[in-house]
Write a protein that binds this ligand. Structure first.
Ligand code: NAD
Length: 345
């Protein structure tokens, strides 16, 4: 990996390599762009195939956070912390407190929160050393899966905006939606769509989650590899990133791709490829911003209701992107990127 090249090309402000010998902490903090405000982005605690993989994950995710905050009208930039997990290692208090001290020394330039592999417990350890952390015990985001619920709510509103754009009506009744991933967000997405009368095709690696969705939402179970080739109105990825790629695009038989997963496009040009194939794509960092909107509300000491109203705005943002794409004859992913870059100045 050519580190400097990535840093220069993508305009990163800082990349910190962190070591704390006594606790064994090995971490990276990437700060992408603080034009609009302090860098915000969760702390991932993950096992990587190599250190390079960990660094590139931090860089990619931090940049994504800049775009997500900017397009959502939030006064924050993008950052990410990645704590490298050794096989079989669980989080230890000393390591996360050491990370908290480093974050504190940054003096508010970077605010962390929960992400893959971290929970309220790790955030509480960080909180012992710094105030620049969210998702701690009793906070707005951590209580009752509120973050996941709001992410799902934003995704469902985004699906409706996309239905309106594609079919001229946002009615969910009678529409068929294929949902990939029935975890924290996917579950709430299915619940909302089912209540509004949509038919669901579902898949997950965990059969228990699939069985639950079949039972609770009358969903039809689909094998994991078959989810892409389902005849449906919308495909809703709520599992992994990189699932829109050279292999899957030719299989898609949907009119819309709109879901919660981060970094859905394996590469940027796959957004154009969807466009050429007549598939409307709801850019991931726009439609899945519910979580970060909750975090921003938490930092500003605002209520859950305030956050919910801000999440409703995702629909307007998507509409503007679709208008821009239509008028310029470009893909929605390109339109979203252009609008975001305009906001960053
Ligand atoms: N939690 C949030 O508030 C939030 C916010 C923004 C974006 N996201 C993104 O949304 C996605 C889902 O987040 P989550 O919090 O629900 O995660 P989660 O870990 O709770 O759920 C993910 C689910 O996907 C399933 N899965 C993994 N690989 C799969 C595959 N190949 N086929 C089918 N299912 C598969 C897993 O078994 C799991 O049940 C992630 O990409 C995440 O980054 C989440």
């Amino acid at each position: 990996m050519d580190l400097w090249k990535s840093i220069v090309t993508d305009g990163f402000e800082q990349l910190l390599f962190i070591q704390d010998r006594p606790s064994g902490l090995k971490a990276v903090i990437a700060i992408h762009d603080t034009t609009l405000g302090p860098a915000m982005g969760g702390c991932r605690f993950w096992h990587y195939g190599s250190e390079e993989e960990a660094v590139s994950d931090a860089l990619r995710l931090a940049k994504g956070m800049t775009y997500k905050c900017a397009i959502s009208g939030l006064p924050y930039g993008g950052g990410k912390a990645v704590v490298i997990r050794q096989p079989g290692q669980s989080g230890n208090e000393a390591a996360f407190r050491a990370l908290g001290r480093i974050i504190n020394r940054l003096g508010g330039l970077y605010i962390t929160g929960m992400d893959l592999g971290t929970t309220v417990r790790e955030m509480d350890w960080i909180k012992a050393e710094t105030d620049y952390v969210t998702d701690t015990a009793g906070s707005l985001g951590a209580a009752g899966d509120f973050t996941a619920r709001m992410t799902a709510y934003g995704v469902c509103l985004g699906i409706q905006a996309s239905l309106e754009e594609a079919f001229g009506s946002d009615e969910l009744r009678g529409r068929t939606i294929a949902v990939q991933g029935l975890g924290k967000v996917g579950y709430f997405v299915c619940r909302y769509l089912h209540r509004k009368g949509a038919c669901l095709l579902v898949t997950d690696l965990h059969t228990g989650l699939v069985e639950k969705a079949v039972k609770q939402f009358n969903a039809i179970a689909v094998e994991t590899d078959d989810i892409y080739r389902q005849d449906c109105d919308a495909f809703c990825p709520c599992a992994l990133g990189g699932i829109i790629n050279e292999r899957t695009i030719p299989q898609l038989r949907c009119r819309i791709v709109a879901g919660a997963a981060n970094n859905q496009l394996a590469e940027q040009h796959h957004g154009d490829m969807l466009h050429r194939n007549g598939i409307l794509y709801a850019p991931d960092y726009v439609i899945n911003a519910g979580g970060i909107i909750v975090t921003a509300a938490e930092i500003a000491h605002r209520s859950g209701e305030y956050a919910r109203r801000r999440v409703m705005n995702i629909r307007n943002t998507l509409n503007s992107i679709y208008r821009c794409a239509d008028s310029l004859g470009i893909s929605s992913s390109e339109a979203a990127n252009r609008l975001t870059r305009q906001r960053l100045g």
